[in-house]
Design a protein around this ligand. Structure first.
Ligand SMILES: C[S@@+](CC[C@H](N)C(=O)[O-])C[C@H]1O[C@@H](n2cnc3c(N)ncnc32)[C@H](O)[C@@H]1O
Length: 199
């Protein structure tokens, strides 16, 4: 599915589509975000300037800001961002897709970028494009946390809610080409350091 179609579908989606816990309760949904922010804080330095790419309505971005990170919450969906702002007016939001990030940042670079439950819904080609833009938004030596799952039987998502998985070799090749060095961690997502491409 093309990135524009994924973005359009999410903009129109019911908020319960974001995370299965939302069907359990709102409390469980927001608690899951607080837990994931705690996990991110184990690999991102205190007080870092961080970008949450595909932040949705702020499930993780809001607790990250409460934790003391300087959060820029980016999403292509203004509907999602409006819900985030209703709940947390002080969190900085930017309405953009991956191509719009550079225009917003100018020469600034983030200490860390994370993206949860976003890349999984994109095609291989669009996913690589997004990751390269996230890498470009990160300073050299900075941290990227990417929900970018590996599988023995890699498959490409065939709908906006589908899940794309990658072979270890596909990921290794992408990391070398884009400039990402895998970092060992206990997190359920990939953790990478931004390095020069090809190093
Ligand atoms: C499943 S929700 C996840 C929200 C949040 N990351 C979380 O874990 O709660 C996916 C979000 O990513 C946004 N999104 C999807 N593709 C995007 C893209 N290419 N550029 C910007 N935002 C995107 C959607 O608008 C939606 O808000």
């Amino acid at each position: 599915m093309a990135a524009d179609d994924v973005i359009k579908a999410w903009d129109q989606a019911d908020p319960t589509a974001i995370h299965p816990l939302r069907n359990v309760s709102e409390d469980a949904y927001w608690e899951s975000g607080r837990g994931q922010a705690e996990m991110l804080a184990t690999v991102i330095p205190d007080g870092a300037k961080v970008m949450d790419f595909g932040c949705g309505d702020g499930r993780v971005a809001i607790p990250m800001a409460a934790h003391g990170f300087e959060v820029t919450a980016v999403d292509a969906s203004q509907n999602m961002l409006d819900r985030l702002t209703d709940r947390a007016p002080d969190v900085t939001t930017v309405q953009a897709d991956a191509d719009g990030i550079a225009g917003h940042l100018g020469r600034r670079r983030m200490d860390a970028v994370y993206s949860l439950a976003v890349l999984i819904h994109h095609s291989y080609q669009d996913c690589l494009h997004i990751i390269s833009k996230l890498r470009a938004a990160t300073k050299l030596g900075g941290i990227l946390v990417l929900d970018w799952p590996v599988s023995e039987t890699p498959t490409e998502a065939d709908s906006w809610i589908g899940v794309t998985t990658w072979s270890p070799q596909q990921q290794a090749d992408a990391c070398a080409a884009i400039g990402l060095e895998p970092v060992d961690s206990d997190l359920p997502w990939g953790v990478y350091r931004a390095v020069k491409a090809g190093s």
